[in-house]
Design a protein around this ligand. Structure first.
Ligand SMILES: [Zn+2]
Length: 231
């Protein structure tokens, strides 16, 4: 009760605004206003098993499902939300986005049969600098919506630097060997693992993560979930 009252007072004193349209968020709205949430350029990939993301990531590694919440368009306001989450010290934003997305697709059965969520790892130097790994935050939100546990079984022992300015071929070369499965990964062999990332562009990073997991857990079923993907 007191918590709710304090929250209401905080809302009046410093109302949050929608990062997309700039309007003040109403009580009960988080992340963005309801209008903007409804107008997100959703991919609906979770409804089509052989969507373009699935096609982009395969067929080097057997992939069961692949979905992303919305289309990532550079410089757009919806892209800005992910950039803010990654670089502006807003880890909670990742949790909220992950939770909203997971709740949206939960009724479709996308998570049926999945045993655990695996965050795409971040090299420790980058993590130290940023203070958090946004994919772990997204996993926390997805876990809250689905009840799935998080299996932190991938490591990033080598830093691959900043990918955004590289060509597709350069990205592929840069990420080779950057991920390794931890010893605990073997415990998940034969289980269905859902690898979670923020944005998928060329797919090079995700393919590398899938390959690492596949070599450690050859009998596992692997699927992919991201907040956004480029066309
Ligand atoms: Zn809005």
């Amino acid at each position: 009760m007191l918590k709710e009252l304090l929250r209401a007072v905080a809302h009046v004193l410093s109302p949050e605004v929608c990062p997309i349209c700039g309007l003040t968020l109403a009580e009960g709205e988080t992340l963005m206003c309801t209008d903007c949430l409804l107008q997100l350029p959703r991919t609906h990939f979770h409804l089509s098993p052989f969507n373009i993301l699935h096609h982009r990531l395969g067929p080097a590694v057997p992939l069961d499902r692949a979905a992303a919440w919305y289309y990532y368009v550079k410089q757009s306001l919806t892209a800005r939300m992910i950039v803010d989450m990654k670089y502006s010290g807003r880890p909670r934003q990742g949790q909220i986005m992950g939770e909203i997305y997971a709740r949206e697709i939960l009724p479709s059965g996308f998570f049926s049969g999945v045993d655990a969520l695996v965050p795409v790892p971040m090299h420790y130097s980058k993590r130290l600098l940023r203070g958090y790994n946004q994919t772990e935050e997204i996993c926390l939100g997805v876990s809250r919506a689905t009840g799935l546990k998080i299996a932190d079984v991938l490591r990033a022992p080598i830093s691959h630097g900043v990918q955004s300015r590289r060509s597709a071929a350069q990205r592929k070369a840069a990420v080779q060997g950057t991920f390794a499965a931890s010893a605990r990964a073997a415990d998940y062999d034969g289980r269905h693992l859902l690898i979670v990332d923020d944005i998928i562009t060329t797919g090079a990073t995700m393919q590398e993560a899938l390959a690492s997991l596949h070599s450690a857990c050859p009998s596992s079923t692997l699927s992919v979930l991201a907040l956004a993907a480029t066309l």
